[in-house]
Design a protein around this ligand. Structure first.
Ligand SMILES: NC(=O)c1ccc[n+]([C@@H]2O[C@H](COP(=O)([O-])OP(=O)(O)OC[C@H]3O[C@@H](n4cnc5c(N)ncnc54)[C@H](OP(=O)(O)O)[C@@H]3O)[C@@H](O)[C@H]2O)c1
Length: 326
């Protein structure tokens, strides 16, 4: 395993982490047993960061991670969970960063995760209806109670991040970042208030924060497996990503065809190319990719055994140029 270290976090963090969203059942697979096997195999390979959220699978991803980590595995890893996205019986979500809600949410997460503390507690999305002061007060209360160790922000504008940082210590940031979504302005149709490469990366570098790029494989598109005919099952959350259908898809898909030529040239799978492109950026701490089988995990770990050669990086830059601001 390759580990990375940032000033704001005491532990070294594995360059590859695991994103646990798909374990909760919002995607086509995997089942619970396979998810637990993936988590155990990841720990055996030296992965020590697991990113999760209450809303993933409506509590199920946290529950599965909790089951997998009991019996002696908990102290080997950092759990990065989140708060601020609530859901109702119809699975409609709402942003809520009020103090009262956060004080309840943390205890529900701890119970599902079967642990006394969460290592990195991230505000999942902004809630502009709640004053930042109130949210910070809640986080400080939770931290003083020993229930969280580090605080992270996900999907926040640079301006709001600076305001948070003037009131409390922010140790980590998480935002959408992959080869084809570098400064993009939307995620699943939700407008983003930041540009990752232009705004978030310089900030994490300046302040010594950890940075976790989400959707590193563009939900699977950057593995070269998707084709025009690809349809997800009815329940798969990826149906709700407008970039994976219609005209938008054609644009991104065209780039993957050009990337696949490079992959043939260097005889490496596109998934590894996409992961290494991220890993070779100094600001990227841990790539929280999802894996839905042991063989995917194995392939993703294999990316650690090589680096993208400089001349190939130049060819990639050329392909990615039109996507710098898309
Ligand atoms: N903070 C936020 O707002 C936010 C938003 C989104 C995600 N996230 C975090 O980021 C994590 C990862 O992002 P993501 O879930 O969007 O997905 P992703 O990591 O971009 O893609 C994961 C998918 O790629 C495919 N895949 C993975 N390895 C592969 C391999 N070696 N070969 C072929 N296919 C492979 C699998 O698809 P199949 O299942 O089809 O096999 C897998 O489910 C999430 O789990 C979550 O923790 C955070």
């Amino acid at each position: 395993m390759i580990y990375k270290k940032v000033a704001k976090i005491q532990e070294e963090i594995s360059a590859i982490g695991i994103g646990c969203w798909n374990f909760g059942g919002d995607w086509d697979h995997p089942d619970e047993q396979t998810s637990i096997q993936i988590i155990h195999a990841a720990i055996d390979a030296g992965i020590n960061l697991f990113d999760v959220a209450p809303v993933y699978g409506w509590g199920r991803s946290e529950t599965i991670l909790g089951k997998a980590l009991k019996d002696g595995q908990r102290q080997k890893v950092l759990i990065a969970s989140k708060c601020g996205l609530l859901w109702n019986d119809r699975h409609e979500t709402a942003n809520n960063l009020t103090k009262a809600s956060l004080l309840q949410e943390i205890d529900r997460s701890l119970s599902r995760l079967q642990t006394d503390y969460i290592d990195i507690y991230q505000l999942h999305w902004p809630d502009h209806a709640t004053p930042i002061e109130e949210t910070v007060e809640a986080l400080e209360t939770i931290k003083k109670a020993g229930k969280i160790r580090y605080i992270g922000l996900s999907n926040f504008s640079p301006r709001d991040t600076e305001i948070f940082m003037s009131m409390t210590e922010i140790h980590c940031q998480q935002s959408l970042y992959n080869m084809l979504e570098r400064n993009t302005d939307s995620y699943h149709g939700i407008p983003l208030e930041y540009q990752t490469e232009k705004e978030i990366l310089p900030m994490v570098k300046k302040y010594g924060q950890a940075f976790l790029p989400y959707s590193p494989l563009f939900q699977g598109l950057l593995t070269g497996r998707f084709t025009h005919g690809r349809n997800f099952s009815e329940k798969d959350i990826r149906n709700e990503n407008p970039k994976l259908s219609g005209l938008a898809f054609d644009t991104y898909y065209g780039a993957t065809l050009r990337l696949s030529d490079i992959c043939k040239e260097i005889d490496r799978p596109m998934s590894e190319l996409a992961l290494n492109w991220l890993r070779q950026k100094p600001e990227v701490t841990s790539i929280i990719g999802g894996a839905s089988s042991l063989s995917q995990l194995e392939k993703n770990l294999h990316s650690l055994s090589w680096d993208i050669p400089v001349p190939v990086m130049a060819e990639i830059d050329d392909i990615l140029k039109p996507f710098e601001n898309l």
